[in-house]
Design a protein around this ligand. Structure first.
Ligand SMILES: Cc1ncc(COP(=O)(O)O)c(C=O)c1O
Length: 399
């Protein structure tokens, strides 16, 4: 081991390559069919036109670039976020001073929160629970924060619901936090009230925190997703004790490049997280905060986006001729014989990029991996391309 390796943070070595790096390696010696125009359904990056208020809101706030932004976000944005949460989830009150923080996109916040809430020096390594398959940041956060990752399998057998019953009492007793992803990337599952209620009851019983990643809350097929804060309030927890939600303008407003998101819930957790963030410094530039405040206040563009996603999902499944749209998100979690082999064949035969499911999941303790027999396709290019994507995926042949 080199001197540098001895000095460097060893927990980083527990992380595997990020899914898109693995995809690059998988395609390294593959050539996409040159007769077809490539379709990239690999990344979950919305590709919709910029909402029309963005340019104006940015230009009227440019002088903000000459000031340092505060870590917590400015009052205008925190108030717009609190107002959106109250409207969207019918909440009686969200205090924009003590219960809301801004984030530079939720990815960094989902990662950093584990570092605020896990005790790496505990006598027994605490558990961080997460769905499997999962948004990979949860796993990276858990491992680098010094926790033991514990997976809740999400399989077709439970309609992709993370199986709370699969978690033993020993694990619950030593759990620091649980990540929820609803609507789920990649499976499209949506948490219902009963599931969230059960999780809150477990959090009370076993003394852990719930981090609910609700980035896809505005993208759904039929039933508008419920949120964690909504369920918490209905249980009488107006202080949202133990609960934090994260949401993002990346998916809701198709502004992934703006890097703007929200964190909201339990004031004690917000305060603790603010302390960490005042050192790590992820403050959003003031002009972008102004644009973000406008985005949270506007529902017109969100409704327009939703109608494009629904048309794309319908076009995909009409053309594919099998399966049904996910309850939420713009992802298709497609069962195939072998995700890696299928993704490579789709690239070579049909010039299509999809992500092998195993790159979004982890091996369970028995060695099985719930993502192996799937690929994930993101429907982010509108209905015509979604239909074309479905036809091409249908035509993929595995030897
Ligand atoms: C489930 C989930 N959570 C969070 C994020 C992070 O989004 P952002 O950092 O753009 O808010 C993504 C992005 O793809 C995601 O799929």
């Amino acid at each position: 081991m080199s001197h540098e390796q001895q000095l460097a943070q060893p927990r980083l070595d527990m992380l595997g390559a990020y899914p898109f790096e693995r995809l690059k390696a998988l395609f390294a010696d593959a050539t996409p069919n040159p007769e077809l125009t490539p379709i990239d359904a690999g990344a979950g990056e919305p590709r919709l036109p910029l909402p029309d208020f963005v340019a104006g809101a940015l230009s009227e706030s440019l002088d903000g670039f000459s000031k340092y932004p505060a870590t917590r976000g400015n009052a205008e944005l925190r108030q717009a976020i609190a107002a959106w949460l109250m409207r969207r989830f019918s909440l009686a009150h969200v205090d924009s001073d003590s219960q809301v923080l801004t984030a530079n996109g939720t990815r960094e916040a989902l990662f950093a929160i584990a570092h605020a809430l896990v005790n790496p020096d505990a006598a027994i390594k605490p558990y961080v629970l997460m769905p499997n398959p999962m948004y990979q940041i949860y796993l990276g956060a858990a491992l680098t924060a010094g926790a033991e990752a514990c997976f809740m399998p999400c399989t077709a057998a439970t309609d992709f619901e993370p199986d709370l019953a699969a978690v033993t009492d020993d694990v619950w007793a030593n759990t620091a936090l649980v990540y929820v992803c609803s609507p789920s990337n990649p499976t499209g599952w949506i948490a219902d009230r009963a599931w969230l209620t059960r999780l809150i009851e477990l959090a009370d019983k076993h003394n852990f925190y719930i981090i609910s990643d609700e980035c896809y809350s505005e993208i759904y097929w039929q039933q508008r997703p419920v949120g964690l804060l909504e369920v918490a309030e209905q249980l009488g927890r107006t202080d949202f004790a133990r609960c934090l939600v994260m949401n993002s303008l990346s998916k809701r407003s198709a502004l992934p490049g703006m890097r703007s998101g929200l964190i909201a819930g339990d004031a004690g957790l917000i305060s603790r997280f603010t302390k960490l963030r005042s050192y790590t410094g992820p403050a959003t530039p003031l002009p972008l905060q102004h644009v973000a405040a406008r985005a949270w206040a506007d529902e017109t563009h969100v409704a327009e986006h939703l109608s494009v996603y629904r048309s794309s999902l319908k076009a995909f499944f009409d053309a594919y001729g099998e399966g049904a749209p996910p309850a939420g998100s713009f992802f298709v979690w497609l069962p195939v014989a072998d995700g890696e082999a299928f993704a490579r064949a789709a690239y070579e035969q049909q010039a299509v990029t999809v992500l092998p499911g195993a790159y979004l999941s982890a091996n369970a303790s028995d060695g099985s991996n719930p993502g192996t027999g799937f690929v994930r396709a993101a429907l982010v290019d509108g209905p015509d391309k979604a239909a074309e994507l479905a036809r091409r995926l249908r035509a993929v042949q595995l030897n």
